[in-house]
Design a binder for this molecule. Structure first.
Ligand SMILES: [Ca+2]
Ligand SMILES: [Ca+2]
Ligand SMILES: [Ca+2]
Ligand SMILES: [Ca+2]
Length: 195
């Protein structure tokens, strides 16, 4: 009797752990896909079209850029300006409450505006469940809580390193597990800007 009981406990714990593993891996891969997608958008953009704060500062949560489409003689041909930003989720405005009862507080969307000169062009949602802050970072205390070199950085963060000519991109996503736990993961990459 006690043997069966013990087996039952082990099985239950194993199921719970694997469920957490699946949720954590899911948000990890989703944040990786999102940051890679943002990086592919910025690759090939023109440096002069990227007015970003220095990397040591807070970082920007929105970026506007123009991609280089080609060359005409010695001149760069630029596409119309695009914008990538974090937008508060339609059902959950930024008020510290989980207004839409999905288990996440003030979650946002990662949005691509494909042409800022054309208000009729539909926006593209690249990811949902974008956290307000990077994993481990506490807002507004002037301290780099998670030790990544950025202070009070937001859940979608762009930082410009003028020496290395790279944009550092961080995307932080959240997902709610089956037990109501919130899984938060930050993925980051850098993109070299040549032109
Ligand atoms: Ca809210
Ligand atoms: Ca919510
Ligand atoms: Ca930080
Ligand atoms: Ca902080």
């Amino acid at each position: 009797m006690s043997v069966f009981g013990a087996v039952g406990v082990v099985t239950q714990r194993g199921a719970r752990l694997s469920e957490e593993g699946i949720s954590a891996a899911g948000v990890e891969s989703a944040s990786r896909r999102a940051v890679d997608r943002v990086a592919s958008e910025l690759a090939g953009s023109q440096r002069a079209s990227l007015p970003l704060p220095p990397a040591a500062q807070r970082g920007a949560s929105t970026i506007e850029f123009q991609r280089v489409e080609g060359f005409n003689g010695g001149n760069l041909l630029l596409a119309n300006e695009r914008r990538i930003l974090r937008v508060a989720s339609a059902g959950d405005p930024d008020d510290g409450l989980d207004n839409d009862s999905d288990g996440l507080v003030d979650e946002g969307d990662l949005v691509l505006v494909p042409d800022t000169t054309d208000p009729g062009a539909p926006n593209i949602v690249l990811a949902s469940g974008v956290a307000e802050m990077t994993a481990g970072e506490i807002a507004g205390n002037g301290i780099d809580d998670n030790g990544n070199g950025l202070v009070d950085e937001p859940g979608l963060c762009f930082a410009w390193d003028a020496d290395a000519l790279v944009v550092r991109i961080l995307v932080t996503l959240q997902r709610v597990g089956a037990q109501g736990q919130v899984f938060t993961r930050t993925s980051e990459t850098t993109v070299g800007i040549r032109n």
